[in-house]
Write a protein that binds this ligand. Structure first.
Ligand SMILES: C=C(O[C@@H]1C=C(C(=O)O)C=C[C@H]1O)C(=O)O
Length: 434
């Protein structure tokens, strides 16, 4: 018999028994996910899938989650037959945090799963986590095949297109008036299917189409993000900062010309600079060495091109990925400059509960290593009606922003989720097309 999950907010930390063993390559990780409590963190075929729930913690934010995690780790009993430490093996927790705790109806949360299956650079492991002396558990078998979404239609978002473009114009006006330098405005779109959506289908589609992004599923938050807030491993922290975007056309020569134009666009370079500066300033107090590239490069994704900078830092002993995520969130890539003014303008102009969109999503292990990406290109499944999912996308607004172009940019950022949802319908139609 397995015990019911504990709510870590109300109890002293339980003693966890953790066993990690090497396993033969399990094949596609996503295929191993069961229907319920599925968690995923995937990139280029590697990553972790997890399920079951041993402990849950309702967190105020990453800082509070770090304190809870440190106490839990201190109480755990971990055994591993791996001959090297692989980040993510052993005791691990997955989490997702709201963008703005003062402007949301939902909590942030961390979950310790019962079973984790991971693969990295050709090595696979299985971790089982329990509360008592291990009940013997059978080796995991492939999960059921998730049903594709059917009959998907879209409902308008919180603001009409006209209202959202007007909000962008007001933001440009605020910037012109010297109130702030940059603000990121988001919009939403609700997709409704005929039957309950299975997040595993979306994870499969997203991870296949966006292998360079981090595909995630945590508590019904599902997406594939190109932006890494902070990754910490062996004392080295990396942050992939994105800001400055242009849609792709699908035509190689046109896209090359667009990439060239993006890398010279003063509006996009300005927008990018704010984001990089916010990350560098937040990392500085934690590190002995910081490398901030002088010029961004162009990151090519199937739907968009982004200006990107990979910031790296050697961090002081004792610093954890969760601690760094607490310091870095919200960066100017998803909030603005100055942070507090931008946060206030977002609350006033967006009329949207961002919930966990644009917040940190990821995992931590017992050593404090981990990856916390920014939850972008995502949707949040409706807990009370699983046929519904709310999609989100936003754009950095600076003095030179044009509302029409920003609308089109947000549409391109919604494309990964929209395509994953409607692909089965398109596949059914395709043979009938001329
Ligand atoms: C806010 C989003 O994306 C962010 C905004 C970007 C921009 O304005 O150019 C680019 C990447 C992200 O930092 C989103 O995808 O919803």
């Amino acid at each position: 018999m397995s015990s019911p999950p504990l709510d870590g907010a109300t109890l002293v930390p339980p003693r966890l028994r953790v066993r990690t063993v090497t396993v033969p390559d399990p094949g596609p990780l996503v295929a191993m996910l069961p229907e319920t409590d599925a968690v995923a963190w995937l990139r280029g075929g590697d990553g972790m899938v997890a399920w079951g729930e041993v402990v849950r913690h309702k967190a105020a934010g990453p800082q509070d989650a770090e304190e809870w995690w440190t106490a839990l780790v201190a109480q755990s009993d971990v055994e591993s037959d791996l001959d090297v430490t692989i980040p993510g093996s052993g005791l691990v927790a997955f989490g997702s945090f709201v963008f703005d705790p003062d402007n949301t109806a939902v909590p942030s949360g961390m979950v310790v799963p019962r079973t984790v299956l991971g693969r990295r650079a050709g090595r696979a492991w299985l971790t089982q986590i329990g509360l008592e002396e291990d009940e013997r558990r059978p080796a995991p078998v492939a999960g059921s095949v998730p049903p594709p979404p059917s009959g998907v239609r879209f409902e308008g978002g919180t603001l009409t297109p006209e209202q959202w473009r007007a909000a962008v114009s007001r933001a440009v006006g605020d910037i012109g008036a010297g109130l702030l330098d940059k603000v990121v405005l988001a919009r939403d779109l609700v997709a409704v299917a005929d039957a309950d959506l299975d997040a595993r289908w979306l994870v499969g589609q997203l991870s296949e189409t966006y292998p360079r992004c981090w595909t995630y599923l945590v508590d019904g938050l599902v997406g594939s993000t190109p932006e890494m807030l902070i990754r910490l491993e062996a004392g080295l922290a990396t942050s992939r900062v994105l800001a400055g975007t242009i849609q792709r056309t699908g035509d190689g020569r046109t896209d090359l010309a667009r990439a060239d134009a993006l890398s010279r666009s003063s509006k996009d370079l300005e927008e990018h600079e704010y984001a990089v500066a916010s990350v560098a300033a937040a990392l500085e107090p934690f590190c002995s060495a910081l490398n901030v590239p002088e010029h961004p490069y162009v990151l090519e994704l199937p739907n968009v091109l982004h200006l990107a900078s990979d910031v790296t830092a050697a961090v002081a002993p004792g610093v954890t990925a969760l601690g760094l995520a607490a310091a870095l969130h919200p960066s100017a890539a998803v909030c603005g400059t100055p942070t507090d003014v931008a946060r206030g303008r977002i609350a006033a102009l967006e009329h949207l509960d961002r919930e966990r969109y644009a917040g940190p999503v990821g995992w931590t292990d017992a050593t404090g290593a981990g990856e916390w990406a920014i939850a972008l290109r995502c949707g949040i499944l409706d807990e009370t009606d699983r046929r519904r999912i709310r999609l989100y996308a936003g754009c950095g607004i600076v003095a030179g922003s044009d509302p029409e172009a920003e609308w089109a940019e947000a549409q391109a950022k919604l494309a990964p989720m929209i395509s994953a949802l409607v692909r089965p319908a398109l596949a059914r139609l395709a043979p009938a097309l001329p």
